[in-house]
Design a protein around this ligand. Structure first.
Ligand SMILES: [Zn+2]
Length: 193
């Protein structure tokens, strides 16, 4: 990775961490998630969305409404519920379907359906570091897509396309940035995805 790009990532991460409220949570994310989130399997701009979501700093409608920037806080994808981070990425009918398909695709056998629980599950699960990084990459890309889908107001009829693009993006990124030390078992697992 180019030196400048890595320094940009690190300074961005530190800026974000400087506004973190809880020292315990801050320590947890720095120690446990730094490598997965800012690792080479993730595109930096996608990782940035995860960092913002973790800290509830994304400009969701609930936040914009709170600061009187807009006059309604209903999710732009389902037009039913309030649009906060958990809803947008996990509970909205649109992104929920996409996440479920991704979880099945990767053998991501966990019932947790909120950001903190998924992060903890990936970190604590007894899987290889490579698999954890692929799961993290998929989570990061899912968040990125869900965010863009909301901004672009993509209809639910596009879910199949979104899922296919997400899979392709994860496969392409991981293939291009494949770590040197990956077991043959992990390589086979990835090749069969
Ligand atoms: Zn929604």
């Amino acid at each position: 990775m180019p030196r400048v790009e890595k320094e940009d990532q690190e300074s961005m991460a530190m800026k974000l961490l400087s506004v973190q409220n809880s020292p315990v949570e801050c320590e947890f994310y720095v120690c446990k998630w730094d490598k997965q989130v800012w690792g080479r399997l993730n595109v930096p701009k996608h990782s940035f969305i995860l960092w913002m979501a973790i800290q509830d700093k994304l400009k969701t409608k609930v936040r914009l409404f709170k600061f009187k920037v807009i006059d309604e806080e209903v999710c732009g994808l389902c037009n039913i519920h309030k649009e906060n981070v958990e809803h947008l990425f996990f509970h909205c009918s649109f992104s929920h379907v996409c996440l479920q398909v991704l979880k099945t695709w990767l053998g991501w056998n966990v019932r947790a359906e909120d950001l903190q629980s998924l992060i903890r599950w990936i970190e604590r699960s007894k899987q290889s570091q490579f698999k954890k990084k692929v799961l993290a990459a998929a989570l990061v890309y899912h968040l990125w897509r869900a965010r863009n889908d909301e901004v672009l107001k993509i209809s639910s009829s596009s879910q199949e396309v979104i899922i296919r693009r997400t899979k392709e993006a994860v496969k392409l990124r991981v293939s291009c940035a494949m770590p040197r030390k990956v077991s043959s078992e992990d390589k086979n697992w990835f090749a069969e995805l």
